[in-house]
Design a protein around this ligand. Structure first.
Ligand code: G6P
Length: 615
């Protein structure tokens, strides 16, 4: 993971780099560092913990040249892969105080290179894979190569996924950058140029962006950016004009971004809906582009929360369109030899559009001949650029690491795909389609009603905040919600939580039930509720603390539950087909309030990052 930013040719380059890093903390936040060149010196300041620690440290460094007018600087925010969280392992990593490198990704053959370099007399100060990079640069520069030549030799030496920036005191006005699988954007300015892990990190400096392609490298100075492909041929890459986000996104009066993002769902979900549902209740999704000229099996691949959205999508598409759907975890798909029998289309789902597992799964699908599509939130992200067709969720930047509004918007698009496919293949009528569209248009107000249940959910959160382990149960369309509820809770509260299909409990997980273990069930009257209530009863009989979040009918049937939270009374479809939209809200609120009660870092929970760009 990690975020990199570099600025060349601007006054106060160090300060501008810090501004960029502030926008990249979603990629990792366990340590940060900055390097700059001034009067023949390489200045490095690094610090453990969040970026604010680095900012504080910089303000303490008296007479630091970093504070003054520097023309060239680069910085890094880290998510540890190789080597623990420490100042030594923070980037930039250096060699002989003449070369510095910031890197995102993993150098897979670093151990071999490190041994070789050590036998040649290079000493290592960190446990990172990255440190081989500055030493390799030093080695090749010492042999008489310039920065570009040295960088090309380094690329020959290394294997893995990476995006890195290198600077050397021997070539003080230049930066060497390269990318392979990890994202990297170059920004073009007036007598200045910039580098960032994403375009947003440098949009305070320029709106003219070039995305490097895999295997590209570039030599950047104040006036010029020269880009080369993996065969060292000079290439022109498209210059894209991006819109600058207005300043830094704020919490808007909420305590956390996650809280804000939960509560803004009624106002941002209409943006997703209006992209695809037009006035005459037509769903504007190009099913031919999606790969559905004929009936086929759809493959959906994703990671984390996006994967649970895919699971809901499978249930909807099978139910509404009578089409088979295979769902696959992106991290697994890539390393299998999957059969594509009966498949023509692959859909990947990714909020960030940068999850490396999902990107690799997409490339694998492409190699296997599938038409590729994506549901993404970030336009211009790597996945967006590589697929044949993108469906944008358009819910604005999501900052909290735990995905909330993105999950909801992914569900909206999956539901609309299911309806559009159902209509195309005559599984549902035009009248049914119109009714469903009306329901979707009513979704924001239904979400707002669900949000009114916050106080009741807060009470449950207070009651379970000291639990050691929590079990979530669901059946049918609400089984993926049980998984998502457990993921949300463990991500931000650090309480062990697992989601199970309610009917599966008796096949093993029921052994986990002991006195007072909270068992949370999301339930609606979908015709199968009696079966789910029986499963709940089995847990109750073994001493579990039962928390039921359900409609009135189910609450009456399961009167034995210890905590009963009745959802508002919605129209029938909401209580069955559309129930995942409703239950996403208590799943999110419960995780949020348990985490708050426990005082954890809700927006930036330990060990996680918003965008996971390592495999
Ligand atoms: C990370 C985040 C999860 C997210 C997953 C997939 O693991 O911590 O919250 O669901 O990545 O992210 P994507 O951007 O691909 O949807």
């Amino acid at each position: 993971m990690c975020g990199v930013v570099a600025v060349i040719g601007k006054q106060n380059a160090g300060k501008l780099v810090i501004e960029g890093l502030k926008k990249l903390e979603y990629r990792g936040y366990d340590s940060a560092g900055i390097a700059s060149v001034s009067s023949e010196t390489l200045n490095i300041v690094k610090s453990e913990g969040k970026l604010i620690n680095l900012i504080n440290k910089l303000s303490e460094v008296s007479n630091s040249s970093l504070k003054s007018v520097n023309a060239i600087a680069m910085g890094h925010t880290r998510w540890a892969t190789h080597g623990n969280v420490s100042v030594e392992n923070a980037h930039p990593l250096t060699s002989e105080n003449r070369v510095a490198v910031v890197h995102n990704g993993i150098i897979e053959n670093y151990a071999f290179i490190k041994n070789k370099l050590m036998s040649e007399g290079y000493s290592f100060k960190s446990q990172t894979d990255t440190e081989v990079l500055p030493h390799l640069f030093t080695k090749h520069i010492k042999l008489g190569n310039n920065l570009l030549q040295a960088g090309r030799l380094v690329l020959k030496d290394i294997k893995g996924a990476f995006a890195f920036v290198a600077m050397s005191l021997d070539f003080p006005g230049e930066l060497f950058v390269s990318r392979n699988s990890s994202p990297l954007a170059i920004g073009l300015g007036d007598k200045s140029n910039f580098v960032g892990s994403d375009a947003h990190s440098i949009d305070h400096l320029t709106q003219k962006i070039i995305y490097l392609e895999d295997g590209d490298h570039a030599l950047i100075n104040f006036e010029d950016v020269q880009i080369f492909n993996m065969n060292n041929e000079k290439v022109d890459r498209k210059i894209i004009n991006i819109k600058a986000e207005i300043g830094l996104i704020t919490k808007g009066g909420y305590r956390h971004f996650m809280e804000k993002e939960i509560f803004e769902q009624p106002s941002v979900i209409p943006q997703t809906i209006s992209t695809f549902v037009k006035d005459n209740y037509e769903i504007k999704i190009d099913l031919n582009k999606l790969g559905f000229k004929n009936k086929n099996t759809l493959l959906i691949s994703a990671a984390g929360t996006s994967y649970y959205a895919a699971m809901v999508g499978k249930y909807w598409i099978e139910q509404l369109a009578d089409l088979p759907v295979i769902i696959d975890l992106a991290s697994e798909y890539r390393y299998r030899k999957p059969s594509v029998f009966g498949q023509s289309a692959m859909l990947v789902i990714s909020q960030s559009g940068e999850s490396l597992d999902t990107l690799m799964a997409l490339r694998h699908g492409k190699e296997l001949g599938l038409n590729t599509n994506a549901i993404v939130n970030v336009e211009g992200s790597t996945i967006d650029r590589e697929v044949d067709y993108s469906l944008y969720t358009r819910v604005g930047a999501e900052i909290g690491v735990a995905s909330t509004k993105s999950f909801m918007s992914q569900l909206v698009i999956l539901f609309l795909i299911a309806v559009a496919l159902g209509k195309k293949f005559n599984n549902i009528t035009t009248a049914q389609t119109q009714k469903i569209c009306l329901n979707i248009l009513a979704l924001p107000s239904a979400i707002a009603q669900m949000l009114n249940m916050e106080n009741e959910i807060k009470l449950v959160a207070q009651n379970i905040k000291n639990a050691k382990s929590i079990i979530f149960l669901g059946r049918g369309l609400l089984y993926p919600l049980a998984l998502e509820g457990a993921l949300k809770l463990k991500e931000i509260s650090y309480i062990h939580a697992e989601g199970f299909a309610a009917g599966e409990m008796k096949h093993g997980p029921i052994a986990l039930i002991e006195d007072q273990v909270p068992v949370i069930m999301f339930l609606v009257s979908d015709g199968n509720e009696d079966k789910a209530i029986s499963n709940l009863q089995e847990a109750y009989s073994r001493g579990a603390k039962i928390i039921l979040i359900a409609d009135k009918n189910c609450i009456q049937k399961a009167s034995f539950a210890h905590h009963k939270i009745e959802i508002p009374n919605f129209e029938t479809d909401f209580k069955s087909l559309l129930s995942p939209f409703l239950m996403a809200i208590p799943a999110q609120l419960l995780a949020y309030h348990v985490a708050n009660e426990r005082g954890t870092d809700v927006d930036q929970p330990r060990n996680l990052a918003k965008s996971v760009t390592v495999e």
